[in-house]
Design a protein around this ligand. Structure first.
Ligand code: ADP
Ligand code: MG
Length: 341
């Protein structure tokens, strides 16, 4: 069983969801259900598993159901039908006190509009989660200061949110979420309100933190470049339905339909595709087909870094795994073709 599991979730918005639910279960789409019942389909038969330590990105156009999905994970909304399991526990059967304890202990949330308390300083905002947990002031301020420094805001402890830029406010939001040491970070369009350069900085910051922290992150975005950069895996929603789940390179190399293809059209493939997704795998584990004089690349190397190696050879390239064992073969032509699609 995976760490987080969503099973066959349907969410119908409206006063009498039953008929709309039956239609959704029969496979009717969002538009026809709205036309016939006046009810909005938020999610329709969505099942997903997220592994511990994974950065899982949910992507889709506005209105596709992304926020509805993430709100099921902290149970801000209940499904019309379906299950939500957290480390094997059914969170839909939790009592309200248990649910509150669970949220405080396990979940950290980062919101698009930062959600900072305006009359509190940066330090007090970041320490807020610990204050709710009744951790004493000295300890909570100590931990909060530590995270403020980690996100690059050392020196701003006594500032108020409106004295900070958007990017800095979101660093406060991130520090606040991390200060309670949650297992899971839920981030709903957390960087979408930021200017492109600041946004790229925040993405880098999050990735740097994640290499150390190994949180389970569910990150929502409508931006494919952001999804491809951050996601170990990406789920794509359309009109409340899940259309594809896969690693970034799966999405780029094998989009399941025109909706996904439209997202992927302008992507810089050389930043996404890796040696392992292009290589011809070796059928034998010890790789008798690889010649010791071939240049070598690591299986997780990106196409942009493989290209110079490919251009410098006339023949083949050996693809090696993390134990220095050959796992596949790439040719110069394969690399060039992959870039110029
Ligand atoms: N509380 C609500 N009441 C009625 N409809 C809602 C509510 N929340 C979301 N919806 C509808 O559900 C669909 C999915 O919304 P949402 O999850 O917010 O999409 P996204 O986050 O991908 O933009 C939309 O059609 C939206 O209008
Ligand atoms: Mg949303």
């Amino acid at each position: 069983m995976s760490y987080l599991e969503i099973r066959n979730i349907y969410k119908i918005f409206g006063p009498h969801p039953q008929r709309a639910l039956e239609m959704a279960m029969a496979g009717d789409d969002k538009d026809s259900i709205l036309a016939k019942t006046g009810h909005t389909v938020g999610l329709s038969n969505v099942s997903l598993s997220v592994e511990r330590g994974e950065t899982f990105v949910v992507m889709g156009l506005s209105g596709s159901g992304k926020s509805t999905l993430i709100r099921h994970l902290n149970r801000l909304i209940d499904p019309t039908s379906g299950e939500v399991l957290f480390d094997g526990t059914d969170i839909l059967s939790m009592s309200i006190p248990d649910l509150n304890t669970f949220r405080r202990a396990k979940l950290g949330m980062v919101f698009q509009r930062f959600g900072l308390l305006p009359h509190r300083t940066v330090l007090e905002n970041v320490a807020y989660g610990l204050e709710i947990q009744r951790i004493n002031r000295t300890i909570r301020h100590q931990r909060a200061r530590n995270w403020i420094t980690r996100v690059g805001l050392g020196g701003y402890e006594d500032s108020f949110p409106d004295q900070l830029s958007g990017g800095m406010q979101q660093r406060v939001g991130l520090a606040r979420a991390l200060t309670t040491d949650p297992e899971v970070l839920l981030m709903d369009e957390a960087f979408s309100a930021l200017d492109p350069l600041i946004r790229a900085d925040m993405q880098d910051e999050l990735m740097a933190l994640q290499t150390e922290l190994h949180k389970t992150i569910v990150f929502i975005t409508h931006d494919l470049d952001e999804a491809l950069k951050l996601g170990d895996r990406i789920a794509i929603l359309k009109d409340g339905m899940l259309v594809q789940v896969g690693r970034p390179e799966d999405i780029i190399l094998s989009p399941v339909d025109d909706y996904v293809r439209a997202f992927t059209r302008d992507v810089n493939r050389s930043r996404v595709l890796r040696a392992r997704s292009l290589m011809t795998p070796l059928s034998l584990p010890c790789g008798q087909a690889v010649d010791a004089i071939w240049p070598q690349v690591q299986s997780d190397m990106r196409l942009e870094d493989i290209l110079p190696v490919a251009l410098a050879t006339n023949g083949s390239i050996a693809v090696m795994d993390q134990h220095e064992q050959p796992v596949g073969i790439l040719t110069r032509q394969q690399v060039i073709d992959a870039i110029s699609v």
